[in-house]
Write a protein that binds this ligand. Sequence first.
Ligand code: 5RP
Length: 262
Amino acid sequence: MAADLSPIDKAKFAAARRAVDYVEDGMRVGLGTGSTAAWMVRCLGERVREEDLRITGVPTSSRTADLARQMGITVVGLDEAKWLDLTIDGADEFDANLNLIKGGGGALLQEKIVATASDQMIVIADAAKEVVTLGAFPLPIEVVPFGWQTTKALVEETLVSLDVLGRSTSLRLNGQQPFVTDEGNYIVDLHLSRIGNPRQLALILNQIPGVVENGLFIDICDIVIIGQGDGRVELRDINQGTVEQGRIDFVESDNIFADLGE
Ligand code: 5RP
């Protein structure tokens, strides 16, 4: 079944498989959201079943919570876990400083809270997620539904004085209706093309009333694991300044490959 996977899924799987090596018995682990994170949850579930690993998972979305339970991972909320050893999550973009754009799956708020409450954050990604400058992927911001159009207009006005290339914004939809996050908020996507100063933008966006959080993760990620379709993986540790190469074998496993996708 692994043979049926697209190269991109193989790349995501390879990164996910390597990342779960970091999980040790007894750890409290933040579980990210998205298609790459879903591979990680599957791989982690396999380790829980096969090695009788006792870990506690803190999911970053209702989708991930459902999948984790399905995979046999014990799930608790962040307030119960309090502090996490490790969070493993995907990203929409990462740069050389391991700053990220996240929120393509609409879970950026829980993802940022959980990652920030972790000793370590590992991002798993395929090579296409690497960029020189953040911003080609639309930057999601989570906004409260009350007055969202006013908030959106205020964000557009604020962008005029900032170092970005594009300034259009759009409400994220689910069919004809606004996409609603797990917290009951909306997502506005900012089409910036290029973000000159991500740190400044992240701070300024969060000053706007109605903006709950933005998808820029600055100085939060410690390690990125980049997967390739042929099983190669590269680990970059920003704190150690190290780069390590490895390889993952695509060993058939019914449990992992049986129930694909998100
Ligand atoms: C969800 C996220 C995801 O991590 C991000 O969108 C990457 O998703 P995928 O692994 O499916 O490419 O931030 O809010």
